[in-house]
Design a protein around this ligand. Sequence first.
Ligand SMILES: NC(=O)c1ccc[n+]([C@@H]2O[C@H](COP(=O)([O-])OP(=O)(O)OC[C@H]3O[C@@H](n4cnc5c(N)ncnc54)[C@H](OP(=O)(O)O)[C@@H]3O)[C@@H](O)[C@H]2O)c1
Length: 271
Amino acid sequence: MEIEIIDGSNIPRMGFGTFQITGKECIRSVEDAIAIGYRHIDTARAYGNETEVGKAIKNSGVSREELFLTTKIWRDELHPERIPRAISSSLKNLQTDYVDLCLIHWPVDDVPVADTLGAMEKEKQKGNIRHLGVSNFTTRHLQQVEQSGVRTITNQVEYHAMLDQSKVMNKLREMDMSLSAYSPLARGRLIDHPVLQRIGEKYGKLPSQVALRWLLDQQSIWVLPKTKSHERRVTNFEVFDFHLDEEDHEKIRTMDKNVRVISPEFAPEWD
Ligand SMILES: NC(=O)c1ccc[n+]([C@@H]2O[C@H](COP(=O)([O-])OP(=O)(O)OC[C@H]3O[C@@H](n4cnc5c(N)ncnc54)[C@H](OP(=O)(O)O)[C@@H]3O)[C@@H](O)[C@H]2O)c1
């Protein structure tokens, strides 16, 4: 597995996404992902599965230090006074003393970013969080992060072969942050894309594997594929034994890039 070293931490660049996997299926899926080799797990308070993720980690037999665990704080908990309770509740659910990464799940207009990050920074100093980050932040919101002076290591946003994220990516590079790509398979829309299919034939790989490799071949990008299926967890993980050549990168770079699969009514105006 490929690792990025950020602020002294080894961060596995592939994480297992757990959105919409709940209950016993979540326990089984996360246990299985860890058995396959995933060492980075992405959950959120809003997914309603932190308890199951915590159980799966305990059951896995892999030590907590070997795993990179992310959770996210929902929009109604971003007031600085609510942060300590949100974090202690997540730690209790996850049966752990710390999370490796805690993200602001979505930006809101009524609480200044600096205030939320300031409260999260205090949790970091207490040892409850190792790294801070944000999610669904536009370049405008990233400027607010910059002005806060609080170090954040990543912005988790939708990114895949059918969506342009160059503006956000440029801003993140300027801020020495990585981009965590959620919906890296465009929620399944890329799994039979003809361009990826043709490229895949050359490498003996599936279109889904080409889609993930295209992201991983770019610097400072992490990928968070989600699947309920054991077979697909395995194939999504089998992307560390090849690279796309420049010509294939170009073919994907020039695909139409205007498909956004996640845009709830409270989403900000995207870059
Ligand atoms: N920060 C945020 O606001 C945010 C928003 C969305 C997602 N996320 C994170 O990112 C993770 C991934 O995003 P996502 O779930 O939206 O999208 P995704 O990983 O792009 O796609 C998931 C969909 O693709 C299918 N799939 C996965 N691998 C496949 C394969 N190899 N072949 C065929 N189908 C496959 C899955 O179906 P099956 O399950 O049936 O296989 C599921 O329907 C989430 O779980 C979550 O952790 C974060």
